[in-house]
Design a binder for this molecule. Structure first.
Ligand code: BES
Ligand code: MN
Ligand code: ZN
Length: 518
């Protein structure tokens, strides 16, 4: 009886119950299983006699010495009858020939841009054969082309299926073998670089696809720590909310204050070279509801991937570190969840940044630029980076201007812009430069603070966002900003990007950092 009373009193007076060890805001997580395995990539000098055979075709000429003469005659007849010419993007699927379950002719054409054509062909093959149980042999690549095919294949076979529990089929883990003359050199090229790049893209896509009840600032940090465990040359620093309050990081704390999930600033440093690091500073809003300036409900779920910029910085650094690139680089993830709530910041609030600058928060939905303000200032003051690149799903406006073909590039310095543009072209993640104009800075002036985060009806939206971020980068630091709101989510599949989180940014940042020159 007494025991009951005590329990009742406790129940009535204690705070809402949270099981011990469960972080604030946590429900029941949907899964503890991993995504299913994909096909391992292998290299060999001979194609298998059975399974699936893929011929990469530049024209009508069939690679010789692979099929027996009877099969070869049949395939040649099919090529002629189908008027197959090996044009880039064309394909012909044949079944029931010899011991092969399937023979695919995949056109890669000829001419310039070979890397792009090879990468896309690899991705196309991976997606076509996604549900095939058999091992795959790919014939027709030169030894120095094989790693590019392998990269495309790896990017194209990405899948996120860890939450499927009903009717889940076990996809094939039979290898995709690329047939080449020089196995040693092809394998070395793949292992020293491409494989790490694919791992980086996979990490970024996973983080961006995960729902916001699974990935929030603290769990983002935990996942990234896991991904970097044991990788040499890497140092990780994390500021929690108490530390950020002490440092007066009013924008990172402010954006997160409506959420039960506390904000974090995560810095992943990789030292493989000499000199000041290149800093990649990403927007890491693990969910963007808009806050008190709440978003309309249609499509709001996509805001689970509003941390794609931060995810691409850690993906790029994972690639650089795992491939032991001779560079110094750091990924900086500005992590917060933007939620409405009794303690959320309000439109009209004035917040201060790390350096003491003041911001009038006109619209709580312009939160990405807010968290980047503190992150940029902290990184510049404490690391004096050789260059700073922001990457963020910052504005809907950039998608209106550029669609999903280009990310928006902003830069003060033409040398930085040229290097970023070249990097994008080389890897197949393209950027288009948009203007920074002194009038944009004027538009963002606040009546009562140093700057405001949004101008009512302000245009051009993507440039105004860039101008705001640039206000928190000292003019002596070479700076670029990539607005990826139009490219981070693929509504339909392309050759190397299955529908969903694209992982956009890992490849261009990896390439930019490797080649960066002041
Ligand atoms: N995360 C959004 C931008 C976004 C929109 C990303 C669509 C991906 C798809 C960002 O925080 C935002 O809400 N931007 C506002 C800015 C405005 C309030 C100044 C926008 O673009 O409308
Ligand atoms: Mn927003
Ligand atoms: Zn946002």
């Amino acid at each position: 009886m007494r025991r009951h009373m005590i329990a009742l009193i406790l129940a009535a007076t204690s705070l809402p119950a949270l099981a011990q060890g469960v972080p604030a805001g946590s429900g029941v997580e949907p899964s503890t299983v991993a995504n299913t395995q994909t096909r391992p990539i292998a290299f060999a000098t001979r194609a298998a006699d059975d399974g699936i055979l893929v011929f990469l075709m530049r024209d009508t000429a069939l690679p010789t010495g692979v099929l027996d003469s009877a099969a070869e005659t049949v395939v040649k007849a099919a090529i002629a009858n189908a008027k197959f010419e090996g044009k880039d993007g064309s394909e012909l699927t044949l079944r029931g020939i010899g011991r092969h379950a399937r023979i695919d002719l995949v056109g890669i054409g000829s001419g310039s841009d070979a890397a792009d054509r090879l990468r896309r062909a690899g991705g196309r093959v991976a997606q076509q054969l996604r549900n095939e149980p058999h091992p795959v042999s790919i014939v027709g690549a030169a030894s120095d082309e094989a790693a590019t095919i392998a990269l495309g294949y790896s990017l194209g076979q990405y899948r996120f299926d860890r939450y499927k529990t009903v009717g889940k089929s076990a996809p094939s883990v039979q290898p995709a073998t690329i047939v080449v003359g020089d196995v040693r050199s092809a394998e070395a090229e793949w292992k020293s670089r491409g494989a790490a790049l694919a791992e980086g893209v996979t990490l970024t896509r996973d983080l961006s696809t995960e729902p916001a009840n699974v990935i929030y600032p603290e769990s983002f940090v935990a996942r990234v720590r896991e991904a970097f465990a044991g990788v040499p040359g890497v140092k990780i620093e994390v500021l929690d909310e108490a530390a950020m309050r002490r440092l007066n990081m009013g924008t990172l704390v402010g954006v997160g204050q409506g959420s039960r999930r506390p904000s974090r600033l995560m810095l992943v440093q990789y030292s493989g070279g000499s000199g000041a690091p290149v800093a990649l500073v990403g927007k890491g809003i693990t969910f963007d509801s808009g806050g008190i300036s709440i978003k309309p409900n249609s499509g709001m779920w996509e805001m689970k991937s509003d941390m794609a910029g931060a995810a691409s910085t850690v993906g790029a650094v994972l690639s650089l570190a795992k491939s032991r690139a001779p560079v110094n680089v750091m990924a900086v993830a500005a992590l917060a969840e933007n939620m409405p709530g009794g303690n959320a910041q309000r439109p009209g609030d004035v917040v201060r940044t790390y350096s003491g600058k003041t911001i009038e928060v006109m619209n709580t939905d312009a939160e990405g630029r807010l968290v980047l303000a503190d992150a940029n200032e902290y990184v510049i003051a404490n690391y004096r980076p050789a260059a700073l690149v922001n990457i963020a799903t910052l504005t809907g406006a950039v998608g209106n201007a550029l669609g999903s073909d280009y990310a928006g590039l902003f830069a003060r310095d033409e040398a930085v812009a040229a290097q970023m543009t070249a990097a994008g072209k080389a890897v197949g993640e393209e950027v288009w430069q948009l203007p920074l104009h002194p009038n944009h800075d004027k538009t963002m002036k606040s009546d009562i603070a140093d700057i405001k985060n949004s101008a009512e009806g302000g245009k051009p939206g993507a440039s105004l966002g860039a101008a705001f971020i640039g206000y928190f980068v000292d003019p002596a630091t070479p700076w670029a900003h990539l607005d990826i709101a139009g490219v981070n989510w693929a509504d339909s599949s392309d050759d190397v990007t299955p529908k969903g989180a694209s992982g956009w940014g890992v490849r261009i940042l990896d390439e930019f950092v490797r080649n960066w020159k002041r």
